[in-house]
Design a binder for this molecule. Structure first.
Ligand code: ATP
Length: 256
């Protein structure tokens, strides 16, 4: 992969992720539309200060509890996730006994298989593909799921999602953890737990938290889940953005 920005560049990481996504397109893993979806994410990341804020940290802890206590967790992977955090997805799946399942908005058997091969080359075990499972109530390609994966799952982690599918999965009785930089998206509003942060920071944080919290008693994990309020977390994210912008408008050098 060709990295264009030098490490000394002030926006090195942002450029690195763009290079990775462009490489993903070249490998037939990421869709062209995925690049524009990333652009919307970048804009919100900018507003959030490109860091993991307290409201995201709370959601990450609750998501960790849900993944640890789940009967069958599934990590749903699309073309952006597969290229931005492949090794981290595999590690998280191994630590939580989660299945990895490919789920694409823009239908492509070729891209599905490319993602499977890419993840397997990096050490993934089974990577599930949509087969006979269907999510009722949605028309996009994302309705196609695996019977052994999301159809059977009780907890589903969905980095980069569309709101229709998140709502439909919740209606099926699944607990949905979304990673979405946009606290206003339908996904963010419909998920049970929304981590308003960049998936490139969230997945490593989830790995760290699983390593810490897996020694907790089940009752403690469940009480953390029960005391969680997703609406409050989304409200905190929006208030944070509004306050930060107000401060920045008064002093362009302020760092919050
Ligand atoms: P919805 O259907 O939920 O209302 P949408 O139509 O905006 O949302 P999509 O275009 O399907 O959603 O996906 C893009 C979403 O993913 C955006 O909300 C964007 O903020 C988010 N996003 C993009 N890149 C990342 C990333 N690296 N980490 C987390 N979220 C991201």
């Amino acid at each position: 992969m060709k990295i264009n920005a030098p490490k000394s560049h002030p926006r090195y990481l942002s450029n690195l992720y763009r290079d990775k996504l462009a490489y993903g397109v070249k490998l037939g893993i990421t869709s062209l539309q995925g690049l524009t979806a990333h652009g919307r994410g970048e804009a919100f990341d900018y507003l959030l200060g490109e860091k993991t804020n307290d409201f995201a940290k709370i959601a990450i802890k609750v998501a960790t509890c849900m993944l640890i206590t789940a009967r069958h967790p599934v990590i749903s992977v699309n073309g952006n996730t597969a290229i931005l955090a492949p090794a981290e997805i595999i590690t998280l799946a191994n630590l939580t006994n989660a299945s990895i399942e490919v789920n694409l908005f823009h239908a492509s058997k070729k891209r599905e298989n490319n993602i499977v091969h890419y993840l397997k080359k990096l050490g993934a075990g089974t990577v599930l593909l949509p087969n006979k499972g269907i999510i009722p109530g949605i028309d996009s390609n994302r309705r196609m799921i695996s019977k052994e994966g999301q159809k059977d799952a009780d907890v589903i982690l969905v980095p980069l999602e569309d709101g229709d599918r998140t709502g439909a999965l919740v209606a099926m009785g699944k607990k949905v953890i979304a990673i979405d930089l946009n606290p206003l998206s339908r996904t963010a509003k419909r998920a049970n737990v929304t981590i308003v942060d960049n998936l490139v920071r969230v997945i490593p944080d989830l790995i760290c938290q699983v390593k810490i919290m897996r020694s907790y008693k089940k009752e403690k994990l469940i009480s953390i889940i029960d005391s969680y309020d997703n609406h409050l977390v989304l409200e905190k994210a929006l208030i944070y953005i509004a306050r930060r912008l107000t401060l920045l408008s008064r002093n362009s050098d302020v760092m919050v």
